[in-house]
Design a binder for this molecule. Sequence first.
Ligand code: NAD
Length: 510
Amino acid sequence: MTVRDIPHFIPGKPTAGSSTRTADVHHPSSGEVQARVPLANSTDVDEAVRSAATAQAEWSAWNPQRRARVLARFLELVEPERENLAKLLSAEHGKTIADAHGDLQRGLEVVEFACGIPHLLKGEHTTDAGAGIDVYSMRQPLGVVAGITPFNFPAMIPLWKAAPAIACGNSFILKPSERDPSVPVRLAELFLEAGLPPGVFNVVHGDKEAVDALLHHEQIAAVGFVGSTPIARYIYSTATANGKRAHCFGGAKNHAIVMPDADLDQVVDAVVGAGYGSAGERCMAISVVVPVGEATADALVARLAERVKSLSVGPSDDPSVDFGPLVSADAVARVDDYIDIAANDGADIVIDGRGLVVEGHENGFFTGPTLLDRVPTTSRSYTEEIFGPVLSVVRAETYEDALRLPSEHEFGNGVAIFTRDGGAARDFAARVQVGMVGINVPIPVPVAYHTFGGWKASMFGDLNQHGPDAVRFYTRTKTVTERWPSGGIRQAGAESTAPATDHFSIPTMR
Ligand code: NAD
C-alpha cells in the first residue's frame, strides 16, 4: 500500500508545514499504515493564526446573507461527494460506510442551521427606552477561534464547530484528530471552492504540541473542544486561564433504564444498535442497561444474548457487517482490559468478544461484541468510559434505584428510559441529572436547531454546541444606547421630550 501524505490546509492551500514530526494514519480494517500526517509545531500554528486573522478582517465585513450563501453553496458541492467522503471516513475511522454517511449528514444539518445566520444574528431593540432614547444590541464575531476535535466523528464534529463559527464572521482553525484527518481537509477544500476566502477555514494537524500552541496564542479568542474528559478538563482550564472563551465536551457513560412495562423487542433493537453501532465508539452510545426488577432483567438479558450472538463484525467496507474495527490496536487493548476488570470484579461475561479474528483481516483492530451482566457499580468497568462494543447490565430493584445510577455517575452526557408509562417518563426527564434525555429513544442527540451538551464531567463551560448556543458562543454582544438630539423636524411650538439633564448622577429611566 502506498503511504499518502496528508497536508495541513493553511491558508486555503495544502502545506507540509515546518515541523518534522509525523503520525501514522492506519487502515483499522487491515491494520496497515495508509497515510502520514504532519504534527504541527508552534511556528506552523502561528502561521495559521496570522493568516486567519488577516482573512477574518475581510470575511467579517461581508454581510451575513452573503456569508450564508457560501454555506449554502458548500452544501451543494458536498452532495455529489457524499459517497467519496463516506468511504474516506470509513477507511480511516473503521465505522461502516452507511454509518459514515450518518456522520456526515449530522454535520451537514448544522451547516443548514447556520445558513439561517442573518436571522440568528439579529440583536435586540427597544424603542423609547427613555424619552428619545433607543437601545439595541448587536452580535459581533470574536475574531480567530479554534476547534479541537476527536477521532470518532471526523465529519460531524468539525462541521458542528466550523459552520456556526464562520457563519458568525470568525475565522476558524481546526485541529482535527490525527487518527482520521483526511475528511476535515476535504471539507475545508470544499468550503474554499464554495467561495470562502482563503484563511477563513484552516486545518492544522497535530497533537499536544499544536494544541498547546493554540491554547497559548494570544490571537485565539475562543476554543471549542470535544474528546475525552481528562483532555477536556485540561483544555478548559488552560484556555480560560489564558483569557479565552471555552466550552469542552468530554466522555460519557450513557445508561438506558428499562421499566417492567417496556416493550422488550423494541428495547433490544434500540440498545443493540445504540450499544454496538460504530463499535461503541460514540459519545452517545448506550453502555449501561438498567432493567428494573429481576423478572425484567432475566427476560432482557436472555433476549439481548440471543441478538448479540448474531451480530456480524468485519471490515468497514463490507455492507453486510453490523460494525467494523476499533480505531487502533491500543483501543482494542483498552477494551479487553476493561472486560478483564469486570470479570475480576465479579461481573458475569454473557458474551465475550475478546480475541476476535476476522478471516482475511487478521491484523485488523477487531474486537467482538461483549455482553456483561451483574456488573458491580464499584468496578472501574462501570465507573469509567470503555468506548468499545461492550454493554454492561446493572440490575436495579426499583425505579428510584435506577434513577440514582445515571444521576450519581461522574458523567452526565446522555440517558434513556424505556417505558409505556408517561408519568414515569415525565418524572424521569425532570429529575435525572444528565444533559440529554431520550424517552423510548436510545441516542437522544438533539436536532441541529436545539443544542447538544452533557452535564457534570461530560462538559466544561456554559454554552452548548449547535443551535442558538453556538451563535452565543461564537459572538459577543455589544449594546448601544442612543439619543439623537431633536433638530429641525420638531414642529414649531412642540415641547421637548428630552429629560432635564443632570450630568452628575447615574442616568435612570423613571
Ligand atoms: P482525545 O481526548 O484523545 O482527543 C481529542 C482531541 O484532543 C484530539 O484532537 C487530540 O489530538 C487532542 N489531544 C489528545 N491528547 C491531548 C493532550 N494531551 N493535550 C492536548 N490535546 C490532546 O479523544 P478521542 O479518543 O479522539 O475521542 C474519544 C473521546 O471523545 C471519548 O471520550 C468520547 O466520549 C469523547 N467524545 C465526546 C463527545 C461529546 O460531545 N461529549 C463527542 C464525541 C466524542
